[in-house]
Design a protein around this ligand. Structure first.
Ligand code: XMP
Length: 319
């Protein structure tokens, strides 16, 4: 009968078979999936693995530090930390189309991995934490005709010029199964139970043009929202909660002055696998508190709205 411990052992054997004496580069995004993939592959092949954490400048507040310290200090897994924010933000200049953002970011990740592979004298494999729903949603919508809803940043294979093959040990799993595997591998509970965070990061939470300034504004609003969620003890009851920064300015009043600033949208959903989702029904007093704090503490935002759309017809992310 099927257990996560047995799955882990089977996967380790499969990874050893696939990799042989090859070298593997694993891209870490800061999320649970790539961290679980990395730890699993490390168990299978040890030093043949090099992990690369690409900071694209589209992370949330303090995210980069948390991942780097988990890998270097708790696991002792060698980790290369690449600050590629100038390239990512530079390439996103003037880009407003959601699919163009996603495709650019996916391609830029590959460029960075390729450059890092060269630095270690070449790699034979690129490992990613791709899950089953990532694959399905990039190809077609469940049960419907074959239409691309969103191109997930890590789905679509590698360019032909590359001599690397993909290793995707989580490709058959759903999120709850990945978390269980993470626990089986001894990852800290606080890390395993983190909300999902998309590879393209804040770029797809800033409709319109993405700039460093807008990322900074969004990071502040998002961390206030999540701090309030944690303080209210609601974090684990929610699948995913985040703020988005809209390319719309509205008029407000602060003290006796007129303001004309951006709108911040708040999203929180419950879900089992991310394929469908329900709106989290916050107490209105909670939302008022968050809205007041964001408008008072974040320069550049003067209005906060709550997204009441389930999935479908909405998607979880706004782009
Ligand atoms: P949507 O917005 O399609 O999102 O309802 C479903 C789940 O997938 C996450 N998501 C992504 N994760 N790369 C990722 O690693 C991506 O390109 C990507 N796009 C969406 C989203 O955060 C949600 O959990």
């Amino acid at each position: 009968d099927w257990t996560m411990a047995a799955f882990r052992d089977t996967k380790i054997a499969e990874i050893r078979d696939q990799i042989g004496k090859g070298r593997v580069i694993c891209g870490l995004s800061g999320g649970v999936d790539s961290a679980v993939a990395a730890v699993l592959i490390h168990e299978a092949i040890g030093e043949q693995l090099t992990c690369v954490f690409v900071d694209h400048g589209l992370m949330r507040a303090n995210e980069a530090e948390q991942v780097v310290s988990l890998f270097r200090n708790s696991y002792n897994i060698p980790l290369v930390h690449v600050d590629a924010s100038a390239d990512f933000l530079g390439g996103l200049e003037g880009v407003t189309d959601p699919e163009k953002k996603r495709k650019f970011i996916g391609a830029e990740f590959i460029n960075v991995f390729e450059a890092e592979a060269q630095k270690i004298g070449g790699a034979d494999f690129l490992a990613q934490g791709t899950l089953y729903p990532d694959v399905i949603e990039s190809v077609s919508f469940t049960g419907g005709p074959s239409v691309t809803i969103k191109s997930h940043h890590n789905v679509g294979g590698l360019p032909e010029r590359m001599n690397m093959a993909l290793v995707e040990p989580l490709r058959e799993l759903f999120k709850d199964e990945v978390r269980e595997l993470g626990r089986e591998l001894g990852l800290p509970e606080a890390f395993v139970s983190r909300h999902p965070f998309p590879g393209p990061g804040l770029a797809i939470r800033i409709p319109g043009e993405v700039t460093k300034e807008r990322c900074d504004i969004l990071r502040k609003a998002d961390s206030i929202y999540l701090e309030e969620i944690r303080n209210a003890g609601l974090y684990d009851a929610i699948w995913q909660a985040f703020a988005v920064l809209l390319p719309v300015r509205t008029v407000g009043v602060m003290g006796d002055a007129r303001t004309y600033d951006s709108v911040c949208g708040l999203r929180a959903v419950t879900s089992v696998d991310g394929m469908t989702a329900d709106v989290y029904p916050f107490d209105p007093a909670f939302l008022s508190r968050v809205a007041t704090r964001i408008v008072n503490e974040v320069q550049g935002i003067n209005r906060v709205v709550y997204d009441f759309t389930s999935k479908p017809p909405g998607t979880i992310e706004w782009e």
